[in-house]
Design a protein around this ligand. Sequence first.
Ligand code: FAD
Length: 482
Amino acid sequence: MAKEIAIVGAGVGGLATAARLAHDGYRVQVYEKLDRPGGRNHLLEDAGFRFDMGPSFVLMPDFYREVFRYCDADLNDYMDLRTLDTHYKIFFPDGDVLNVTRDTARLKDELERIEPGSSRGYDEMIAETGRIYQAVEPLLYECFTRRSLLEPRLWPLVPKLRVHESCWGLASRHFRSEKLRYAFTFEAMFIGVSPFAAPAFYSIITYTDQVHKIGHPMGGMYQIPLSLVRLAEERGAQFHYGAEVQRVTPGRDGVRLQIGGDTVAADSVVINADYPYAREMLLGQPLPNYEYSCSVYLLYLGLKEKVPHLEHHNLFFAQDLRLNLAQIFQTKEMPHDPSFYIHVPTVTDPSLAPPGKEILYVLIPVPNLKGGRDEIAAHEERLRRLVLDRVRAVSGVDVEGLIEVEHRFYPRDFARYNCKYGATFGLSHSLMQSAFFRPPNWDPALPHTYFVGASTQPGGGLPVVIASSRIVADLINRHTRG
Ligand SMILES: Cc1cc2nc3c(=O)[nH]c(=O)nc-3n(C[C@H](O)[C@H](O)[C@H](O)COP(=O)(O)OP(=O)(O)OC[C@H]3O[C@@H](n4cnc5c(N)ncnc54)[C@H](O)[C@@H]3O)c2cc1C
């Protein structure tokens, strides 16, 4: 009889694990507390608008393809993944604009306009981050412990990872202008960490943006969890929604899960619920004093009309980015002059709104709730006004008058997914919480128990979480089949 695997959580990490293990012949049961899959990759529907509530960038598309290949399937049969022509548009506070395009020749023209000679710096940065990527990519499919540091095969990698330098430091060696340094380091915020603090090896996000390009699944980001559910169900995985697991008890012969008044037994469990919550609340274990990623304040606006001059992805930088980031990560104040991001998926994908209408999804990074008060209420109207004023300044349109539907999402709302302290991206990706130091996907002290997702190895972001599911599937296969 095939072994039974219980998966706690139907986030992208849980779904990708379910698909792999069902494909490998296990009996897979997925328990999800919410009424639909996706976790932070959630969907909100209102008046014909389909808002993707979380991720909006498809980076590292090969990682998405890999999980389908693992299951002897082809991503193209599940999703219509397109590559964007304009990766993102940056609006600088002095009114200057930079279009970061898929076409490198056009991009270099833009860079030269801002900093003469910078196209050479760009090439050098891509070459350097490419070398780091070649070193890091295989590591994304391995589970490490601190003891792995003793393995001689890994020693030659350490200098290649540039652990002593930040993403900002790396970019500063290639660009003189602060504008271009910002433009090629802000990606650290994708994993909720300041570019001034993120170890330089996270510049591989910039490399993959530039070299592997940025995608969009037609029909919206929610096609990602939907496709993974289909992939898993076709291979026999079963899903239980509205099924909140209260306790996981590992034992010598298997695990027991408490779900409502019932107890369910399985040979092994894969916990996709965010690691700090899982460790503390599901397994009843004390937590180290972890560092957490930042949080975000989100606005989902459904507009009656289109807004000119915006691209699919838009970044608005603060006048003083250092102060902005210090307020988020160090002094933990609501930013006075925030940088923010606007996702306008209807630029590429009009199907996400009624004909002629537009979606604006606004994301403002703010401090997490660890050790601080929930201060968003006192600041939200000011932040919202500031965003709408900057949109009016660049588009000439008063968005306020066009709003047909509006939803807001606060740091405290991340409790919905059991993300501790409203930390949108889970545990921080600081040096001491990366690679060998990040919680491993398996702990020998907890038999038959595995962890997948953003706060475990290798880290956060959809493609990396998908890699995490590969690590877990490989571990389970190794432990059960030898
Ligand atoms: C606003 C925002 C923007 C982002 N932007 C990007 C982006 O552009 N590109 C990108 O690649 N990544 C982005 N990310 C990060 C990405 O969304 C996450 O890294 C990824 O979705 C995490 O997936 P996961 O499977 O680890 O966890 P989750 O998505 O958190 O899934 C965990 C699941 O477990 C469930 N669960 C929790 N506790 C229990 C329980 N006790 N019982 C049963 N079920 C439980 C939860 O409900 C949830 O469904 C963004 C995230 C957010 C929130």
